[in-house]
Design a protein around this ligand. Structure first.
Ligand code: 6CS
Ligand code: FE
Length: 314
């Protein structure tokens, strides 16, 4: 078993450790991306970057129609990669959306997001996980505070902090419909959580995560370090949030009539492929943690278009 740089769920006490990996993995071979020095500085300091309207209104219209198509397609699917909201039949998440061999697969390769990920990770990249979180109106429940990396390290064997999530806003994210909340600067610390990982944890954690979440004292400490700030990633559809794999984030439930639907592509460095889970348990399923046939992404410069039109049925 490789050295565990970020032990967690190994005892009864929470501990806060310093991050051991760079935030931005400098590599001149991948410096020719869209992020400016100011962007890179902001990401280094806050652990996230939000771009309003990286995709224009025509592209957003296509995203919305593809979102509806995906939701309709998956409403009746009773498989592990379609997660329902607790207590309702509303879809909470659909995973592995980057393998839909359609619109979202093409979107996941779009140069505007891939080249930014290459810049931040300093290497070729591939997608280790993707999903659409629908967070429907009235029924969309919370995602409690967590570091994605803590889960991906313990349960998926992600060795180092060298991954970035790219969340594309598909329906306007307001203050009142459960936007993603982030603790700026929290990516610089690793909250080692107490307890241990239950068998098949993902079967419950994707609906309501209860293991690998920070205790109240650790959360208070992180917020204090941030000068009391809790930032919200609000913005119109077509906006894009990049957040570092270890940035503490979460979102409240949605009791508004407006859905808060975002697609997430998690870019991992090709140098940071998943190993054996540090929990010692068997790996989570492929739809959650891609291990098979890992190839670096070749970015495409395609203008977004409906796949229904591009591959119109004869
Ligand atoms: O377990 C996971 O991989 C998922 N759980 C959360 C709360 N965020 C990251 C990821 O989608
Ligand atoms: Fe998360």
């Amino acid at each position: 078993m490789a050295v565990d740089k970020y032990p967690s769920r190994k005892g009864q006490q929470a501990k806060i450790m310093e991050r051991k990996d760079p935030v931005i993995h400098q590599n001149p071979d991948f410096a020719d991306g869209p992020l400016t020095d100011k962007d890179l500085k902001g990401f280094e300091e806050n652990g996230y970057l939000l771009f309003e309207k990286l995709f224009n209104d025509d592209e957003v219209a296509i995203m919305k129609s593809e979102l509806k198509r995906t939701m309709d397609l998956n409403q009746q699917r009773d498989t592990d990669d379609v997660i329902k909201e607790p207590g309702s039949n509303e879809i909470r998440s659909v995973f592995e959306i980057h393998k839909d061999s359609g619109f979202f697969q093409a979107l996941s390769k779009n140069h505007r997001i891939v080249k930014a990920a290459q810049q931040l990770l300093g290497s070729q990249v591939y997608i280790t996980q993707s999903r659409i979180n629908f967070k429907p109106g009235f029924k969309g429940k919370e995602f409690y505070w967590h570091s994605d990396f803590e889960t991906w390290h313990v349960e998926d064997g992600m060795p180092n902090m060298r991954a970035v999530s790219c969340s594309i806003i598909l329906t306007d994210n307001y203050e009142y419909n459960g936007p993603l909340m982030l603790i700026p600067g929290s990516h610089k610390w690793y909250v080692s959580c107490p307890g241990e990982t239950p068998e098949d944890n993902y079967k419950s954690s994707l609906q309501k995560q209860e293991t690998g979440v920070p205790d109240n004292d650790s959360m208070r400490w992180l917020v204090d370090q941030a000068g009391g700030r809790i930032d919200r990633a609000t913005g119109p559809a077509g906006s894009v949030l990049f957040f570092e794999c270890n940035t503490m984030h979460g979102s409240a439930g949605n009791i508004s009539p407006y859905p808060r639907s975002n697609v997430f592509f998690v870019f991992n460095s090709i140098e940071n492929k998943l190993t054996d889970p540090y929990s010692g348990q068997s790996p989570r399923p492929e739809f959650l943690a891609n291990r098979d046939n890992i190839q670096p992404i070749t970015p495409n410069k395609d203008r977004l278009q409906n796949f229904t039109t591009r591959f119109a049925r004869k």
